[in-house]
Write a protein that binds this ligand. Structure first.
Ligand code: ZN
Length: 314
């Protein structure tokens, strides 16, 4: 049976791109590893943040659109995007959020303590200590590798049909059921990061897409050959996957699972150094070849953005 290693990336809608860059690049200290456009709507940025090289399992991506209608987090979406930090880094993050005036709550699930908070657009995030996973080498904004976000811990899924979603995680994507706590069913993939998926089994209100909500969650596959096999597995399970789509930094298939959440399966290669050197990731607006001759017009449609670090870190 094919088994995904865990989350490849998570993609969300947000409002102003500058505010988005300042929060993920400054407050959370992730690296902007790619600045490109939405290939399906080229007047909108597509910003990718991750560890120093944007490894699978560390990547959160955004379609920022000024004046976007605010969405509602609820069933049919990824409800909480969870980040993993090294053991001992919890208090650093608690103090950092306090100092930067990001309101947070503290929760416990499966015996683990979480900092839960929202980005400026309302996207719900959490931070938890995790021993597994490699420390990020990206050191910025007063955040050193022994406190930096390593990547995703995982995600909490809000489903219209949690039993069906749980079934798909276990029997289609190949995750292992771990247990249940406070109405959350936990599943684990075999990767060392971005592999802890909780499904909220409690009834929930409907989510509405818009700024501050996740658009889709992508699962890892090793290469395009395995992706073809995944396409068959997903079809045989009764879903309707798209053909394989070229996303420049990976190839993708998409399908909607029974709980209403849009799933993608994305290849680990080629990654973000395919069109920019490691030292200069995220610096230039990158366009796929088929848009390159529109560069000038596209650049005029996009608001210029540049990272501003939080004041206390300057
Ligand atoms: Zn995606």
């Amino acid at each position: 049976m094919l088994r995904t290693a865990g989350i490849h990336h998570i993609t969300a809608f947000v409002g102003h791109p500058q505010r988005n860059l300042d929060f993920y690049g400054g407050v959370l200290g992730l690296r902007l590893v790619k600045k490109t456009i939405n290939f399906d709507a080229p007047e909108v940025y597509h910003l990718y943040f991750g560890n120093e090289q944007g490894d699978p399992g560390t990547i959160i991506t955004f379609f920022p659109w000024e004046g976007a209608r605010k969405g509602i987090v609820g069933a049919g979406q990824v409800g909480i995007t969870k980040y993993a930090v090294p053991i001992g880094a919890y208090d650093f993050w608690k103090q950092r959020l306090q100092r930067l005036q990001v309101p947070f709550e503290e929760h416990q699930r499966f015996g683990e303590q979480y900092l839960q908070f929202a980005d400026p657009d309302g996207l719900v995030l959490a931070i938890v200590e995790r021993a597994e996973g490699t420390e990020s080498a990206w050191s910025i904004a007063g955040i050193t590798p022994n406190s930096a976000i390593k990547g995703f811990d995982g995600a909490v899924l809000y489903s219209h049909a949690p039993k069906n979603t749980a079934h798909t995680l276990e029997h289609v994507l190949g995750l292992t059921f771990v247990g249940e706590d406070q109405g959350f069913a936990r599943f684990k993939a075999h990767g060392d990061i971005a592999n802890i998926i909780d499904v909220n089994m409690n009834p929930m209100n409907e989510g509405i897409g818009g700024a501050g909500t996740v658009h889709h969650i992508a699962w890892r596959t090793t290469d395009v050959e395995e992706q073809g096999k995944w396409r068959n597995v997903v079809s045989q399970a009764g879903f309707s996957p798209t053909p394989i789509v070229d996303r420049q930094y990976f190839t993708a298939i998409y399908f909607r699972e029974e709980g209403g959440i849009l799933f993608e399966i994305a290849t680990d290669p080629p990654g973000f150094t395919t069109d920019e050197e490691f030292a200069h990731l995220g610096e230039k607006l990158m366009l796929p070849a088929w848009y390159e001759h529109h560069r000038e017009q596209l650049t005029q449609l996009l608001t210029p953005i540049a990272l501003k670090l939080p004041k206390e870190d300057e």
